[in-house]
Ligand binder design. Structure first.
Ligand code: PTJ
Length: 262
């Protein structure tokens, strides 16, 4: 592990790299997960490494959907387990969702390690080790799911997903909430609610929102869901990113405001 000086301007980002690398070494995250993380970092850099107003809106709608769902499930992969284990457990408790480990680069050993990792943060009844159903029309290992979890869920939260499973879950008639920093990904295009935010901010934002919305009347939650338009939200997100680049907010967020980099 490299010791990152606390006063380094990129402290948080570099610390996350250390954590995800540690999780690869611990057998929690896949090596491919590092590549996915790098792609996420690059897009987050363009976004200015903060939650856009459109992301906050999507996060609230997503929480409303989870709170009104009958059988909500949070799907966890190796990257999410590394970046937001504590938050996932807390959110699952708040919205009364099951947690299921579901991997693209699936090995039983890694599922067991992720389960154990989540349990160390207080998770109970984590599913995924003994899949007994298959998502129709999906040829990857992600198709293997448990009957009492993802297979029978009415709403699934999928952080850092690949588009294929998102599409297959939608085809099964489920409501899908994606957390994907890439507004152009197939996942973002396919999901019912796409949260274009870094999972490290999205989960704490959703916890805050769940604490605020948990006493809201169901009819008001349903109205919030009804008012949310995913395509419109994605379009506004892309416009906001472009505006941020034009107005130089990116340089400011990176501490470059006094430099002319173009
Ligand atoms: O643990 P496994 O075996 O299930 O594998 C997980 C990965 C992430 C390796 C696998 O699902 C994969 O290859 O995913 P993709 O196709 O690279 O898609 C991941 C998406 O998540 C991309 O659109 C990334 O931009 C996005 N992403 C990466 N890091 C973050 C992120 N989105 C939100 N927060 C991040 N920190």
């Amino acid at each position: 592990m490299t010791e990152i000086p606390k006063n380094h301007p990129r402290y948080e980002s570099l610390s996350l790299r250390e954590e995800i690398t540690r999780c690869v070494e611990a057998g929690i995250t896949s090596r491919q997960g590092l590549i996915a993380h790098g792609r996420g970092e690059a897009i987050d850099y363009l976004i200015g490494e903060k939650s856009l107003p459109t992301a906050l809106e999507a996060e609230d709608a997503a929480v409303a959907l989870l709170l009104t769902a009958e059988r909500p499930v949070i799907s966890v992969n190796g990257n999410t387990a590394a970046l937001a284990p504590k938050g996932i457990v807390e959110l699952a408790e708040l919205v009364d969702a099951k947690i299921e480990v579901n991997l693209f680069h699936r090995t039983e050993e890694r599922i067991a390690k992720i389960k154990e990792h989540l349990e160390s943060y207080g998770a109970r009844g984590v599913l995924g080790l003994e899949p007994n159903e298959v998502i129709p029309g999906l040829s990857s290992e992600r198709a293997k799911v448990s009957r009492e979890g993802i297979f029978s869920a009415d709403t699934v939260l999928v952080p850092l997903e690949d588009g294929d499973r998102c599409e297959a879950l939608v085809a099964m008639g489920k409501k899908v909430i994606a957390i994907d920093i890439n507004p152009f990904s197939r996942t973002s295009r396919m999901a019912h609610i796409s949260i274009v935010d870094n999972v490290i901010r999205a989960i704490p934002n959703m916890i805050k929102s769940a604490n605020e919305l948990k006493y809201t009347r169901v009819i008001d939650l349903l109205f919030m869901i009804e008012c949310f338009e995913n395509k419109k939200n994605l379009k506004s997100t892309v416009e906001e990113i472009k505006r941020g680049l034009d107005e130089g907010r990116l340089e400011e967020s990176q501490g470059y405001s006094k430099l002319s980099i173009w």
